[in-house]
Design a binder for this molecule. Structure first.
Ligand SMILES: Cc1cc2nc3c(=O)[nH]c(=O)nc-3n(C[C@H](O)[C@H](O)[C@H](O)COP(=O)(O)OP(=O)(O)OC[C@H]3O[C@@H](n4cnc5c(N)ncnc54)[C@H](O)[C@@H]3O)c2cc1C
Length: 609
């Protein structure tokens, strides 16, 4: 039910942020008809909005204030002072409504590392039931396997996948004829096809599930608003405040001198349909505002590093120096190649107006065809597959030096020790390649009539650590986001090696004979210095910030207790979103965020102790 202004603004639970995690928590807590739940969401609910629903339009809502918070980083010193765009979904559904719909998981080792860092109870085995609980998915058909990928039995498939969860991901149904040659070239370079990367080893090259519904809302993005909100929206005990921004959690002394209590949330209307004033929580406040805005709200509420709060003139209620620290993100570098134009690619939507019109009609009629597709192949090689032994040992040396550096925060040191091992591990992807069969996404414009192959490269396990902190005390001013991209030289070097390897893929058969030339960067870019120049000019993000309210021990710099997800020093303020992830994983995070929120909901309901 939608909120009207009025006097009944007290609920058992107030969830701040109706995004990916927030809508899971709201849907699960409101299953009990005697529990009242409010969601405070700054964006609107987009219904029948092509820029959200149509898979082929992925990326087009970025930068549009109706969908995107449009944050930017502070100037990045290792990138010649460039600022890097930091889009975040501003709508019911949050970033699950803005993202590229990739639906994958990391390797078991990477989730188990969270527990090693101190996130007690959070590991592959404890998350697997929640991955399954989130989704309904059909096993791939024989045509949906990549070359050289053995078929997985239904029994095995459903050990690792869900049959009755709200999100409806699916395998793509339309493939271009550049995909198989790309897979075969990657195979030749020692990276095998992985038929089911969802079983705990997510390395290799694989066809992935996409959050595209082909069952219920056929051909549409399957995201938190169309799934978790849809199943709960007509409950009278669930209230959603849209176009309403939370500005502060009000906190008072609690029963014990140790623990403070969150009692209400101040809110500001962003337009005439929004709500001004205060929303009250009888039991708890749950922060699900995402990896940038959750720490921002904590600081605005007096929880954070005392000296940062003092500088801003905010009274410190809980001195918690981990708030807004430990920011980690996957950096992105994009290259494209012109390919011979007898090859069918997504460029056809630019190059063939008849096909475009036919496809538009088919999508409008049936929800099928190229507009229901966003086709990628994902490649997660271990580091040693893409670099020489000499480079590997050099990188290991750099990691060792980083570990020995004095003044390293305890959490970072523990992470580095794990990451150093991963430099030489077979079951952890170190970089990611995303193959998109089409062009038009690099800085160089496509030539009319030409066809392209795009390869995005991401660094999965960076050593650089950034911060997000309040900028001004005006709560409506965005926080200062400083990801410190490639701040550590080892990251720059991994990106350099990873980027150069893309050329190697392009030079390997059967792909090589389909390539006309390197388009962006052009084949003039060959030396390391030229590559580094390209990297520093064009580095962006895969949009995966995590870690800014980490669930590790307070002594280690944690912000929430992993057993309860309660903010240290409070009895009833929890964080449930990507902020709690203690260390990045080699995967796109959304399916993991949904699983975290499912497990968190069981913790809040007392089903896990
Ligand atoms: C452009 C883009 C592409 C991506 N591509 C992929 C992909 O292909 N696959 C993948 O797995 N992941 C992808 N991701 C990442 C993934 O979407 C996020 O990791 C995930 O959705 C984060 O979930 P969350 O619940 O932490 O935050 P969000 O889903 O962002 O939710 C936060 C919510 O809180 C609201 N909010 C924030 N502050 C306030 C406030 N003060 N008051 C009221 N409301 C507030 C926001 O409007 C938002 O709705 C992408 C992200 C982006 C931005």
């Amino acid at each position: 039910s939608s909120a009207s202004s009025g006097s009944h603004r007290t609920f058992d639970y107030v969830v701040v942020g109706g995004g990916t995690a927030g809508l899971v928590v709201a849907a699960r807590l409101s299953e009990d008809p005697h529990t009242t739940v409010a969601v405070i969401e700054a964006g609107t609910h987009h219904v029948n909005e092509p820029l959200v629903d149509t898979p082929e339009f992925f990326g087009q809502a970025i930068g549009n204030p109706n969908f995107d918070w449009k944050f930017t980083s502070v100037p990045q010193s290792a990138l010649n002072g460039n600022v890097v765009a930091q889009p975040r979904g501003k709508m019911l559904g949050g970033s699950s409504g803005l993202n590229f719909m990739a639906w994958d998981r990391a390797s078991a080792t990477e989730y188990d590392a969270w527990e090693k860092l101190g996130a007690e109870g959070w590991n592959w085995n404890s998350l697997l039931p929640y991955f399954r609980k989130t989704e309904t998915i059909s096993a791939p058909t024989p045509e949906q396997y990549f070359p050289d990928g053995p078929q997985v039995s239904n029994k095995t498939f459903y050990t690792f996948h869900g049959r009755d969860g709200p999100v409806q991901p699916s395998y793509n149904v339309l493939y271009t004829n550049i995909t198989d040659p790309f897979v075969e070239a990657v195979n030749k370079l020692g990276i095998p096809t992985n038929s089911d990367p969802y079983e705990g080893n997510a390395t290799g090259i694989f066809n992935l599930e996409m959050a595209v519904d082909r069952v219920k809302n056929v051909g549409k993005r399957s995201y938190a608003a169309s799934t978790y909100y849809n199943i709960s929206s007509d409950r009278p005990n669930l209230t959603v405040y849209l176009t309403t921004q939370a500005t502060k959690v009000n906190i008072v002394s609690g029963a014990s001198s140790q623990d403070l209590r969150a009692v209400s949330v101040d809110v500001v209307a962003l337009n005439s349909t929004g709500t001004n004033g205060t929303v009250y929580a009888r039991k708890e406040v749950v922060l699900s505002a995402g990896a940038f805005q959750t720490p921002h709200l904590l600081e605005l509420s007096g929880i954070g590093n005392k000296s940062i709060l003092e500088n801003a003139g905010i009274k410190t209620l809980i001195d918690l120096p981990g708030v807004g620290e430990n920011l980690q993100d996957h950096t992105l570098l994009t290259q494209d190649f012109e390919i011979i134009n007898t090859t069918f690619t997504y460029d056809i939507l630019r190059n063939d107006q008849t096909y475009l019109a036919e496809q538009q009609a088919e999508y409008a009629e049936n929800g099928t065809g190229i507009f229901a597709s966003a086709q990628f192949a994902l490649v997660f090689p271990p580091l040693k597959t893409i670099v020489s032994d000499a480079v590997l040992s050099n990188l290991q040396g750099q990691a060792e030096e980083l570990i020995r550096a004095s003044g390293l925060p305890a959490l970072t040191k523990a992470q580095y020790e794990i990451q150093q091992g991963w430099l030489d591990t077979a079951d952890v992807g170190h970089v990611e390649y995303i193959m998109f069969p089409g062009g038009g996404v690099t800085a160089a414009s496509p030539t009319p009539g030409a066809t392209y192959l795009t390869v995005y490269m991401g660094n999965m396990h960076p050593f650089s650590r950034g911060t997000v902190h309040l900028n001004f005390t005006n709560p409506l001013t965005p926080p200062a986001i400083d990801p410190k991209y490639v701040d550590k030289n080892i990251d720059l070097q991994v990106v350099l090696e990873g980027t150069k390897f893309v050329r190697q893929i392009a030079q390997t058969q059967p792909l090589a004979s389909l390539i006309v030339n390197a388009h962006e960067p052009s084949s003039n870019v060959t030396t390391d210095d030229e590559w580094l120049d390209y990297i520093k000019t064009f580095m962006g993000t895969v949009y995966h910030p995590v870690g800014t309210a980490a669930m590790v021990s307070r002594e280690r710099g944690g912000v929430v207790d992993p057993k309860t997800l309660k903010v240290y020093g409070t009895s009833n303020l929890r964080v449930v979103d990507a902020s709690v992830i203690p260390m990045l994983i080699a995967a796109h995070p959304q399916s993991t965020v949904y699983a975290i929120a499912e497990r968190a909901s069981d913790i809040i309901r007392g089903l896990i102790r």
